[in-house]
Design a protein around this ligand. Structure first.
Ligand SMILES: Cc1ncc(COP(=O)(O)O)c(C=O)c1O
Length: 392
């Protein structure tokens, strides 16, 4: 047989999603792939059951049902103070996943350079390869995961056409401050670059951190493509609903990419999702309170076990430092992936090896998430206690 494309030889399947499959095969508690074990709001589910009988069951308008785009525009305009036109500036996509690759394919020619902060959500590596873009990695430096503006400017000086931003940031939980976003924005304007931003964790932000949508900064709406999703905000990762928002000319071009990639997002689910977006501010406040409690509870549990970890300002991820384990004779020479596989089998908890998020050689971190009901978190923490015994 003839060889497959060189493209598919240059990246692996998603390590995050692979960990879920291994976790399921061993009956472990899955704290690897980030999705909640609780349902979307009742209003969305009720509407979905009506829609099952009433429709729509056929294609929606390719760039999204009008009522969903209207609801998205209303939420976004309230948050940003912008006057986004739902007919010309929004595309409903199959998750933020499609929005991001669609944005990259719309902006980039093969060989164009794109700045990506490291650590980064692993999809961006594959997005760059699939769109032909050449990533320039700029480190986010622990423990604060801040960046060096000089290093960032070098990326723009090398000719970056776009910068990929994940805010709040998976996996390190960083929420970029307004000052940091202003540095990025000023450089994007100075070097005439686009910003492609993934903001799926916008409502999982822990006080005193505050989330700023970079498109709301002066002069940024015209060069920013904001990608977002209903997956995390409405506990509906399986619905595959997301969206991208940008300047009219960019969105007009992106509509073509989206149309030929997917035709459109699932029509019945778009209809049911409107009920979620209509819930209003209180829903987002309650969600934020829920995740704040979960974060505090999970971190306290890790502290009691004695596991070292970062303190996420946003998202529902925690990076746990496994250096102490890797220094023990029984783990000598192990990679973080081997450690995660061992954890699934012997501890019964699934994590993601940190190396799948870093460009730099970082092998001493694993990522856990706490988007789980309290009973599941308790059970996971009890299992993680077994790790402490190994250190004792
Ligand atoms: C930063 C980030 N972006 C996008 C996604 C996927 O979002 P969606 O379900 O909307 O495709 C995830 C899922 O974990 C994520 O962490």
């Amino acid at each position: 047989m003839r060889k497959l494309s060189e493209r598919v030889g240059t990246f692996t399947d998603s390590v995050i999603r692979r960990m879920t499959r291994i976790s399921d095969a061993h009956g472990a508690i899955n704290l690897s792939q980030g999705f909640p074990d609780f349902d979307p709001p009742a209003e969305m589910l009720e509407r979905l059951s009506q829609v099952a009988h009433e429709g729509p069951h056929q294609y929606s308008i390719t760039f999204g049902a009008k009522n969903l785009r209207d609801a998205i525009a209303s939420k976004y305009n309230k948050a940003t103070g912008l006057d986004t036109n739902p007919d010309t500036q929004i595309i409903v996509t199959c998750g933020s996943t499609e929005a991001m690759i669609c944005a990259m394919m719309t902006v980039c020619n093969p060989g164009d350079k794109v700045i990506v902060f490291s650590p980064f959500y692993e999809n961006y590596g594959a997005d760059a390869i699939l769109s032909g873009a050449d990533p320039i990695y700029v480190p986010l430096v622990p423990p604060e995961y801040d960046f060096d503006p000089v290093c960032l400017e070098q990326g723009f000086q090398e000719g970056a056409k776009a910068l990929v931003l994940c805010n709040p940031s998976n996996p390190c939980g960083k929420v970029f401050t307004k000052e940091e976003l202003t540095v990025i924005a000023d450089l994007a304007k100075k070097y005439d670059a686009y910003v492609i931003t993934d903001e799926v964790y916008e409502h999982m932000v822990y006080a005193p951190s505050v989330h700023t949508i970079i498109a709301s900064l002066p002069g940024m709406a015209e060069r920013t493509i904001t990608c977002n999703s209903l997956s995390k905000t409405f506990s509906a990762t399986g619905w595959r609903l997301g969206y991208m928002i940008g300047p009219k000319d960019v969105i007009e071009a992106a509509k073509k990419v989206h149309d030929f990639l997917t035709v459109g997002a699932p029509a019945p689910l778009q209809e049911a999702a409107v009920a979620g977006l209509n819930l209003g501010e209180k829903y987002y406040e309650d969600l934020n309170r829920l995740y704040t409690q979960k974060r505090d509870y999970f971190l306290q549990g890790l502290d009691e076990i004695g596991l070292k970890h970062n303190i996420p300002q946003g998202t529902y991820f925690v990076l746990v430092d496994i250096s102490e384990f890797l220094a023990l004779p029984q783990f000598k020479g192990w990679t973080d992936l081997e450690f995660c596989e061992w954890m699934i089998k012997e501890i019964g908890v699934a994590a993601v090896p940190g190396s799948s998020f870093f460009k730099e050689p970082v092998y001493h971190l694993i990522r856990l998430h706490f988007a789980r009901q309290k009973e599941t978190i308790d059970k996971a923490l009890r299992r993680l206690q077994k790790l402490k015994k190994i250190l004792d």
